[in-house]
Write a protein that binds this ligand. Structure first.
Ligand code: NAP
Length: 322
């Protein structure tokens, strides 16, 4: 397994990570206890969760991850997040000093660890000045509870503003940003990835497999795989299974076939061809998926192949009004 630095930081993470938003949701406790050790056995070192995972059962993903890691916690990089809603009312969320000091203790307790390797702000908080958030995060680093900090779902200007504030105030800065990115959803290439790169940050793509659409297991006009995420959730069908996306995916599959590769190989290797991408944190529901995902990261795409892919799945043009 190749390791990559998280941006300009000294934190090394495996090129293939595991997204943990399924734990305790679509993947039950027994499945989690098998999946996490299997991932470590395959050389995966990055596990990305959040205090709010899984949807509707906040805290359960962290609890199961901590349990499944057990003694092997010291061998891996645990990334979690704060700022999403963790309870009723307006107090249990956001980026205030008050909430961060409470949220970090909750995550440490559930993860059964003394430190969080990467503590990410899940969403920007329009009601808290970024200076306050960064000072509180700097304090939890200095207290030894957190090693590195990151952000998620930040706009390009918010990334740049946060970095400037850290520099000005002499505080630890965000080492990474996380946002949706896949060969089908390339919007982050416009502002967000350039902002991350310019500020020495790594980028962690979420929904890298378009929730499983880019694994090749969905076929147009054919029954969908039983129990799979897109099969069971209409919202993902509406998001991904559009006529335009089917056309792109079918052309990408033809491209892969001519190179003796699979769509899954392309989904991972295309993201990793971008040097700002630190790790592809795909979710998984079965241990066999993990092995396939690790293997899929091995295709070294040439500039000519990347140009062909740009023609099949281009970054949509912006509409300018003059
Ligand atoms: P994803 O990686 O695009 O899709 C993962 C799903 O694809 C799996 O749960 C599995 O679902 C299927 N799959 C994975 N590998 C496969 C294989 N080899 N063959 C066949 N099917 C396979 O989506 P994601 O897991 O939601 O996103 C990744 C991570 O990003 C999350 O776990 C989470 O940590 C993070 N995230 C962050 C945010 C944020 O706001 N920061 C938002 C969303 C996600 P089935 O088996 O059910 O098909």
């Amino acid at each position: 397994m190749k390791l990559r630095n998280l941006g300009n930081s000294g934190l090394e993470v495996s090129a293939v990570g595991v997204g943990c938003n399924n734990l305790g949701g679509r993947l039950d406790r027994d499945g989690t206890m098998k999946l996490i050790p299997a991932a470590i056995d395959l050389g995966i070192t990055l596990f990305d969760t959040a205090d709010s995972y899984p949807v509707g059962k906040p805290g359960v993903s962290e609890t199961l991850l901590g349990e499944a890691l057990g003694d092997r916690r010291k061998d891996v990089v645990v990334a979690t997040k704060f700022a999403n809603v963790m309870g009723p009312g307006e107090m249990m969320r956001g980026g205030s000093r008050r909430w961060i000091m409470t949220a970090v203790e909750g995550s440490l307790r559930r993860l059964k660890t003394d430190w969080i390797d990467l503590y990410q702000m899940h969403f920007p908080d329009p009601n808290t000045p970024i200076d306050e958030t960064l000072r509180a995060l700097d304090d939890v680093i200095r207290a030894g509870k957190v090693r590195y900090i990151g952000c998620s779902n930040f706009a390009g200007w918010q990334i740049a503003t946060a970095r400037a504030a850290s520099r000005e105030l002499g505080l630890n800065a965000f080492a990474s940003d996380q946002d949706e990115y896949s060969i089908l959803v390339r919007e982050v290439e416009r502002e967000i990835i350039p902002a991350a790169r310019a500020n020495g940050m790594g980028f962690l793509p979420y929904f890298p497999l378009a929730s499983g659409f880019l694994t090749g297991k969905y076929r147009r006009n054919a029954p969908m795989p039983e129990g799979a995420r897109i099969t069971v959730a209409k919202i993902f069908q509406d998001n991904y299974l559009t006529d335009e996306n089917w056309q792109i995916v079918e052309r990408l599959e033809d491209f892969c076939q001519t190179h003796g590769k699979t769509l899954l190989d392309l989904a991972f290797s295309w993201l990793l061809a971008n040097p700002t991408v630190s790790s592809v944190i795909a979710g998984a529901t079965k241990t066999e998926q993990l092995a396939a995902n690790v293997k899929a990261a091995e295709w070294a795409l040439t500039p000519d192949q990347l140009a062909q892919i740009d023609r099949i799945s281009p970054l949509p043009k912006t509409k300018k009004i003059h």
